[in-house]
Design a protein around this ligand. Structure first.
Ligand SMILES: C[S@@+](CC[C@H](N)C(=O)[O-])C[C@H]1O[C@@H](n2cnc3c(N)ncnc32)[C@H](O)[C@@H]1O
Length: 272
């Protein structure tokens, strides 16, 4: 039987839940615990930090949709964010987020809420609640329904609020760094069916760990821009970058003479 949005979402939820222990046991999580112990710590890179500051993040109410272990929204709070809320459907990753928040500032903690659930079902209590919605690195690919995703973004933004996207460039879906000639495109940019995989979802790309079946969807840049525009989110900034922000296995595409775009920033604003 054909899968619907809920089927894909449930499968991806199980895959992320199964992968969560690998992340909590890794050196990166230990480094985050250490880092957040220092007041004001941020794990955000210079590009995202500059965008947040240009948008005047201080005092703004910010939602991160698909926040994973919360490291980015906690960093936003440390940059001066107002009410900060992270949404994700993985209970295990949100437990890690709460652990990071509680241990931060030498045990004094960071005031940030984490809400568990499917992004498509974010409760109406959050309608019009945020000055800014943040989407980062590896979110759109998990979305079987981009239009419904942007419905939610538009719904939770205040009038005049900004959507800030810092994502991996969808052109990278054409390449497979671990198979054959990694520089040769092997998948269509216009691929309609999702990729299906079974390995654990880890970011260093070097391990071959067992996991649950998961589905990754290809959304073209034009799909992403159009989905926002159709919901009244006017693009006010768009820039492509040559650096990799995805998993480590894509680092081989950095620093090439014939450089591919590897990441991008898009800022769009909801009308007043
Ligand atoms: C790669 S992370 C992106 C967040 C962050 N930038 C990072 O690198 O960790 C993807 C997150 O999306 C979440 N996710 C996927 N589908 C979702 C859905 N339908 N509703 C809520 N969260 C979802 C997963 O649980 C996972 O934590």
């Amino acid at each position: 039987m054909a899968k619907d949005r809920d089927d894909y979402t449930a499968a991806n939820r199980a895959a992320w839940e199964a992968s969560a222990p690998y992340h909590e046991e890794g050196a990166e999580f230990a480094a985050l615990l250490d880092g957040f112990a220092t007041p004001g710590f941020s794990c955000l890179d210079a590009v995202l930090t500059e965008c947040l500051e240009a948008l005047g993040v201080a005092g703004k109410d910010v939602a991160q949709i698909c926040c994973n272990n919360g490291r980015e929204i906690l960093s936003v709070k440390n940059l001066g964010g107002g009410r900060c809320v992270g949404f994700d459907q993985s209970a295990a990753f949100l437990a890690q987020a709460r652990r990071l928040a509680a241990a931060a500032n030498g045990g004094g903690g960071i005031d940030c809420d984490f809400v568990e659930g499917d992004v498509y079902k974010i409760p109406a209590d959050f309608d019009g609640a945020f000055d800014m919605v943040l989407i980062t690195i590896g979110v759109f690919g998990w979305m079987p329904d981009l239009g419904a995703f942007f419905d939610v973004v538009a719904r939770v933004l205040k009038p005049g609020g900004a959507l800030l996207i810092y994502e991996e460039h969808p052109i990278m879906n054409m390449f497979e760094p671990g198979a054959g000639d990694p520089m040769k495109p092997v998948n269509s940019y216009f691929k309609a069916e999702p990729f299906e995989d079974t390995g654990a979802i880890v970011y260093d790309g070097t391990q071959d760990l067992p996991g649950e079946t998961q589905y990754w969807f290809v959304h073209k840049l034009s799909d992403i821009m159009s989905a926002g525009l159709e919901r009244g989110l006017a693009i006010e900034h768009f820039r492509e970058y040559p650096h990799n922000i995805s998993s480590d296995e894509f680092d081989i595409y950095d620093g090439q003479d014939a450089q591919l775009p590897l990441s991008y920033v898009l800022v769009a604003r909801k009308g007043v």
